[in-house]
Structures are given as structure tokens and as C-alpha cells.
Write a protein that binds this ligand. Sequence first.
Ligand code: DC
Length: 222
Amino acid sequence: MIVTVDGYAKSGKSAAAKQLAAALGFAYLDTGAMYRAAGLALAEAGIDIHAMKRDAVRIAAAVAGYHYGRADDRVELNGTDYSERIGSDEAGAAASKVGTFPEVRKRLQSEQIRLASGGNTVCDGRDQGTSVFPFAEVKFFVIADATVRARRRVKQLSGDGPAPDFARTLADILFRDRQDTTRAIDPLVPATDAFILDTTELKVEEVAAVMLHLVNSCRPRG
Ligand code: DC
């Protein structure tokens, strides 16, 4: 069984998707982490991701050889563990940028299908219910007010030193929303058969509990 959880940056979708996977006993596939690792790996290969058209051939050649490891909480690309380095806003922005590139999407999507083919999986991303797993049994699309998402991010980062600037954080989120929703291939849009969940006023546990109810009501009995 495949359950897809797509939605906006900082909407709380990943935290809820992880809890849902644990409650169901399913594997969890974080496709955002795959794009984040790809952004870092391409930069390490000396590719300027902000001039992707110029480096198109090199990018296509590099990603053709990308092979991801399978582990719920880690992201491993061609044998290198990127898990500790993917959490920054810079890595998120790089991921959003490389995600606009068709060859990157094609390669990562085929890796996602391979990784999820091992068994029941909750697939977390932007295009899981629309492009990668259009026949998923249950699909969620998670939204939340942008201001609330920016406040959550500021709060999350405040523990690690000086609090980031709220206006800058909100602007970054709005920029990423626009990049993710307007890209030419696989833009962030809800699948027509997705449950739309607005988390603006919900805690992660509440979001996960709603998802669990919906998955259980959609599951074949017996
Ligand atoms: O979910 P996240 O914040 O880790 O994702 C980072 C970026 O990666 C996101 O802004 C767009 C890109 N992405 C994508 O294009 N397709 C996916 N399935 C997952 C992420």
C-alpha cells in the first residue's frame, strides 16, 4: 500500500507523515531529503545550480548515476550519508532549485519508485500523489497559512542560536512556494483525489491522527 503526503514547505507534513508511518508500521520515504542531497552533491561536483541551463549536460550526466540508499531517517546518495547536512534553509532552497530541472526529477522519481517497491510506504514530497504514485491508495495534501509556517520555522531555529529574522523567513517561504507551484514539470498541486488538510491550527499529533483515521477508513477490510 502507498500513502502519499504532499504539500507546502514547513506545513508540518513531514513530521506528521513520519508519525503516520510509525503508527501504520509502514516505511517512510522522505523525497525532499533526496532533492536536498542532490542539491548538495551537484554543488560538490562543482555545478552552479543557479546557472543550471549552462551546466545542463553535466547535471544530466551526474544524476544519471545517482543511487539512493534506503533508511527511514537517513539519506544516502552514492554511498555518502548527507543526513546531517540537509536540514538548513540553504539546502532546502537548493533542493527547490534542482527540483525544477527535468533530468533531476526523472532520475529521483525512478529511485523513489524503486525504494517504495519494497513494501508499504508513506511517501512524503511535492509530486508523490500526482506524478510518482498516481494510483496510491490514499493521498494527502497538506497546507498551512504562510505566516504560521514562518513562525514555526523561526521557533524551530531559535533554539540553535540567534533567532532568524521573521520577515526574511516568511519571504523565503513565499519564494519557495512560488518556485514549487509554478515550475513547468510536476508543480506542487493537489491530486484531484487527495484529502486536503489545513494544519494552521493543528498540532503534529492531531494531523497524524486525522491521517491515520482516513487511511484506516480507506483500507480494504479483512
Ligand atoms: O520537503 P522539503 O522541504 O525537504 O523539500 C525541499 C525541496 O525539494 C522542495 O522545496 C522542492 C523539492 N522537492 C521536489 O521538488 N519534489 C519532491 N517530491 C520533494 C521535494
